[in-house]
Design a binder for this molecule. Structure first.
Ligand SMILES: C[S@@+](CC[C@H](N)C(=O)[O-])C[C@H]1O[C@@H](n2cnc3c(N)ncnc32)[C@H](O)[C@@H]1O
Length: 213
C-alpha cells in the first residue's frame, strides 16, 4: 500500500503514486490529497459559503480542493511568495505576498478585510538540510499563520498548519490549544514516507471575534 506509515524511511520518489494520481485528476499538486483528507477527517471544518485563507498556496493544489469545498458563495484567498496561475472560479483570488514581510497584514487586509472561517497553511521554508534550522523556519511560518488565525479568524474558525516535527513543536501545539477548543495532529496518507511534516489542526477558534481591521 502506498502513502502509509509503512513507507517510513523509504527513499524520496518524486513521481510516486500520488504524483501520478494528481496528474490524472488534473490537480496542480499532489498535496491536494492532503487537504482533501484533512477536510474529510473533520467534516464541517470548511463549509459551503466559507471564507478561507490559504497561505503558501502555490501552485494551487490546496486551492483547487478548497474552491470546491466552499463553492461559488464562498471565498478563497491564496497567497505565496511565488505567483499562482489564475483560477477560472471567480471566488478564488491569489496574490504574491511574503507572510513574513512587514507589510503583509496590511496587504492581506487590502485583499479581503472580513473574518476567515478557516486559515490554512501549507507553507514550507526552503530547506537548508540543517535539521534544527529547517524546523525553526517551519515553526516561524506556522507561527505567523497562527497569528493570522488569531487576529482574523471568526469564533468557531478552523486552523490547519504544516509543521516539521521537532524543535519547539510541542510549544507550538500548546499555543494552538490556547486559541482552539480542540487540537489534532494529522499526518495525511499522501505525505512522503521520509518526511517529518505533520499538520496541526485547530478546531473551533475560541471567541471573542477579533476587532475589525
Ligand atoms: C509545499 S508548497 C505549497 C503547496 C500548495 N499547498 C499546493 O497545494 O499547491 C509550500 C509553499 O510555501 C511557500 N512559502 C514559503 N515561505 C513563504 C512565505 N514567507 N510567504 C508565503 N509563502 C511562502 C513556498 O513558496 C511554497 O510554494
Amino acid at each position: 500500500m502506498l502513502g502509509t506509515a509503512s513507507d517510513m524511511g523509504k527513499p524520496y520518489r518524486p513521481k510516486d503514486h500520488y504524483f501520478q494520481k494528481a496528474k490524472q485528476e488534473g490537480l496542480r499538486a499532489r498535496s491536494a490529497f492532503k487537504v482533501d483528507e484533512i477536510l474529510k477527517r473533520f467534516p464541517g471544518s470548511v463549509k459551503k459559503g466559507a471564507a478561507v485563507l490559504d497561505l503558501g498556496a502555490a501552485p494551487g493544489g490546496f486551492l483547487q480542493i478548497l474552491a470546491d469545498a466552499v463553492g461559488m458563495n464562498g471565498r478563497v484567498i491564496g497567497v505565496d511568495i511565488v505567483a499562482i496561475r489564475p483560477f477560472s472560479q471567480k471566488w478564488v483570488t491569489t496574490a504574491v505576498l511574503d507572510v513574513l514581510a512587514d507589510d503583509f497584514d496590511a496587504k492581506l487586509a487590502a485583499m479581503y478585510d472580513g473574518l476567515y472561517d478557516a486559515v490554512i497553511s501549507d507553507m514550507a521554508p526552503k530547506t537548508s538540510g540543517i535539521k534544527g534550522t529547517d524546523e525553526a523556519r517551519s515553526l516561524r511560518l506556522a507561527g505567523k499563520a497562527l497569528e493570522v488565525a488569531a487576529t482574523r479568524g471568526r469564533p468557531g474558525a478552523t486552523f490547519v498548519a504544516k509543521v516539521f516535527m521537532g524543535g519547539d513543536f510541542e510549544a507550538f501545539r500548546d499555543e494552538v490549544r490556547q486559541h482552539f477548543e480542540e487540537v489534532k495532529i494529522v499526518r495525511p496518507e499522501a505525505t512522503r514516507g521520509a518526511s517529518m511534516e505533520v499538520y496541526v489542526v485547530g478546531l473551533r477558534r475560541r471567541g471573542p471575534a477579533p476587532a475589525a481591521s
